[in-house]
Design a protein around this ligand. Structure first.
Ligand code: GCU
Length: 429
């Protein structure tokens, strides 16, 4: 069929990445809208018992049920009783960024034991703030040193995705990546608009490859329970990283200079999936922003367009729990779909964003998810997206459920940030 094309490993996906350590697998991929077969989504407002949710007062029961279903069938359960001890400030710079920022580095412990897993939280606050500031919090892909050109932000400590070229030491390679992701994190612009920014490297919590869990939080937790046998419901990498965001919020909440009721969680791509799951689970996040989060994030899993459940479970089996793989060939049986993940954020504000060329993430599937989630927003007295038609390019729509599709490729860009700052002004000011 000409409308279907076979994605051989990473070929043709527009997503060549250093994380691809799979042998090539032939998995059908569709990127033609007219070839999307019909699908039926699970009804967000019907309890598993069959009872309909018709009032706001009945929603918390369905919400709890959905959180449990996503834990059981998709992301895995975060173990109960993980330590939540206070972190410690390792450095404060009162004149960072030419006097515009107060910058702190805080180590947040994620585990106990002789070699605890530590999240290195980098926090910028506007130097001139006279009141507690609203914040953006997001994990970064390659280390805190990549989001800024400042020479005194330490290099990432553990695993990073890109191996150094031969003849180049590990530190030389990392030093050469200083500031390489600065465009995705326009710190000065964020500060100028009256917000703080907190970020941490996701690899601190757990390296992102199939066996990476052994070196990360899951390994540390397993080591404390000798004899524990892995279960299909156990947590995957996205749950681990989302827990890191919860712990970062624990820490930010202790700082009187930060308005803990106004913290937005943001993430791009796999870290957009992570931000959504963090924001869905943890109601302390006031605003949730999923930039091009795609499959396993905002995009509807049942829509056969771009990346599929089979494809993501094949390339990145460590992101989800074991049970999610049961749906590789029968996605229609999954008891949830991703619009219900978005609905879990309600009535708090949520923003979903796509990029025109990012077909792998299924922009229309991301939009429809926000639209479908809107019925829960309306039930809870908020506004939703108006209908199934996508807005024009580079226009932000929606008041409680925000959305834009930017022209260009898969990335978190200053253009996306302008939309997020405007949206945050409406919700966090
Ligand atoms: C791959 C993966 C996506 C993911 C992206 C990323 O393309 O298939 O699901 O969002 O990597 O995180 O960069």
């Amino acid at each position: 069929m000409s409308s279907l094309r076979t994605c051989l490993g990473w070929l043709g996906c527009g997503c060549l990445s250093a994380w691809a350590v799979q042998s090539p697998v032939a998995i059908p991929i569709n990127e033609v809208e007219s070839a999307v077969p019909p699908y039926t989504l699970p009804d967000t407002l019907t309890l598993q018992s069959g009872q309909r949710v018709t009032t706001a007062a009945q929603w918390p029961r369905r919400r709890d049920e959905l959180v449990r279903l996503f834990e059981e069938h998709v992301y895995g359960r975060i173990p109960a009783g993980l330590p939540r001890e206070r972190g410690w400030v390792v450095e404060t710079r009162t004149h960072a960024l030419g006097g515009k920022a107060i910058r702190q580095r805080i180590q947040v412990p994620l585990s106990k034991g002789p070699r605890p897993i530590l999240l290195d939280l980098l926090v910028y606050r506007p130097a001139q703030a006279t009141r507690p500031v609203p914040m953006f919090l997001g994990l970064n892909f390659d280390g805190n040193h990549t989001i800024t050109h400042e020479a005194d932000v330490p290099l990432a400590r553990g695993w990073v995705a890109n191996r150094p070229r031969s003849g180049v030491t590990r530190n030389e390679a990392r030093e050469s990546s200083r500031g390489s992701d600065a465009e995705a994190w326009p710190i000065e612009r964020i500060l100028e608009r009256g917000y703080g920014l907190a970020t941490a490297y996701y690899g601190d919590a757990e390296p992102d490859f199939d066996e990476g869990w052994k070196q990360g939080l899951r390994g540390a937790v397993a080591a404390r329970k000798p004899g524990h046998r892995a279960q299909p419901g156990d947590w995957g990498g996205i749950a681990v990283w989302s827990w890191a965001l919860t712990r970062a919020l624990d820490q930010l909440s202790l700082d009187p200079a930060i308005d803990r009721h106004k913290v937005a969680v943001i993430g791009h791509s796999r870290l957009g999936k992570t931000a959504l799951w963090a924001g869905a689970r943890d109601p302390r996040f006031a605003l949730v922003i999923a930039n091009e989060s795609g499959e396993g994030g905002a995009a509807l899993a049942r829509r056969f367009y771009g990346e599929t459940t089979l494809r993501i479970n094949t390339s990145f089996p460590h992101w989800f729990n074991g049970r999610f793989k049961d749906y590789n060939h029968r996605i229609g049986d999954l008891p949830v779909d991703q619009h219900e993940l978005v609905a879990l954020v309600a009535p708090r504000a949520v923003y979903i964003a796509s990029a025109e060329e990012d077909r792998w993430a299924d922009p229309r599937g991301e939009y429809l998810s926000g639209w479908q989630a809107s019925e829960v927003y309306r039930l809870l007295g908020q506004d939703g997206l108006p209908g199934p038609d996508m807005p024009a390019l580079n226009v932000s729509v929606g008041s409680s459920v925000g959305y834009h599709i930017r022209s260009g490729a898969h990335a978190l860009t200053p253009v996306d940030w302008e939309f997020y700052l405007q949206f945050a002004d409406r919700h966090l000011r």
